[in-house]
Design a protein around this ligand. Structure first.
Ligand code: ADP
Ligand code: MG
Length: 266
């Protein structure tokens, strides 16, 4: 049982880019998130590590309305994504509001999830046009700039299947950026890539970090997390076990479970 004080405080107000308090989520009888607390400051890069099945993807998905919480509070950029206290539903957003909020949060998936029947450029302009109702000429100009920025400017009129995994993931990052998002969530962005393609995707993420973007990255790349993350979160068994600077978590982990996990991946 989590204390309710930070939960109720977070309902009122948040100074964080992302604030999750006491988040519980079950699938049937399987409790996947058991009272998760997570805070991310604006402009900060947070890396989330933890064993498979520990709830990392589910946590990211609650931030973006892909899963509803059973209880707890989730705020992104000060806006309530959802909250429920002790199972009683207190706050439910309208579908239009959910779409609006979701379109302010970039999400980059392990398997890219590009629309296969759309060209690269069409993939990038889709959400700004349909969800954000922005001007086509402006959106296309910006999309071309973003594709240049991630190094696939010459692929604008190709279909995703013609691209390598690394190129597809860079298109997926351009697509996320096209939303002009407040935060970008990455769920193991390099796990599906051949080893020689990992570096080109990490380089794009590294550049976003340098530019001051607010990023949350679920990753097994410990070296990368140590280099770019301001904050490292270790999850296990549906809980945030430890959160701190890379030096604190990687070099001086407090919890036994963190030490055991790191001894396997380092
Ligand atoms: P991680 O990303 O850390 O590997 P996940 O959040 O994907 O962990 O999953 C945590 C647990 O929740 C796993 O046991 C997984 O099988 C289960 N799970 C995730 N999504 C669903 C779902 N939609 N329905 C049922 N079980 C799920
Ligand atoms: Mg996962």
């Amino acid at each position: 049982m989590t204390t309710t004080a930070p939960v109720t405080a977070a309902i009122e107000h948040s100074r964080y880019a992302i604030e999750a308090r006491g988040v519980h989520k079950s699938f049937g009888t399987l409790e996947v998130l058991k009272g998760v607390d997570l805070t991310v400051r604006p402009g900060e890069v947070t890396a989330i590590l933890g064993p498979s099945g520990s709830g990392k993807s589910t946590l990211l998905r609650t931030l973006n309305h892909l899963e509803k919480v059973d209880s707890g509070v989730v705020r992104v950029d000060g806006e309530l994504v959802g909250y429920r206290l002790r199972g009683r539903r207190l706050h439910e957003l309208k579908p239009r509001e959910i779409l609006r909020q979701r379109s302010q949060i970039g999400f980059v998936f392990q398997n890219f999830n590009l629309f296969p029947h759309l060209t690269v450029l069409e993939n990038v302009v889709e959400a700004p046009l349909s969800a954000q109702k922005r001007n086509r000429a402006e959106v296309e100009r910006e999309a071309r700039e973003l594709l240049e920025r991630v190094g696939v400017g010459d692929k604008a009129h190709d279909y995703p299947r013609r691209l390598s995994g690394g190129q597809q993931q860079r298109v997926a990052i351009a697509r996320a950026l096209a939303l002009r998002p407040k935060v970008i969530l990455f769920d193991e962005p390099t796990s599906a890539l051949d080893p020689e393609l990992v570096g080109e995707v990490l380089e794009v993420i590294r550049q976003l970090a340098r530019d001051g973007a607010t990023l949350v990255i679920v990753t097994h790349e410990v070296g990368f997390a140590r280099e770019v993350a301001d904050s490292v979160v270790f999850m296990d068994g549906g809980l945030v076990v430890e959160q701190g600077s890379p030096a604190a978590v990687f070099d001086n982990p407090v919890h036994e479970r963190t030490k055991t996990f790191l001894s396997h991946v380092l």
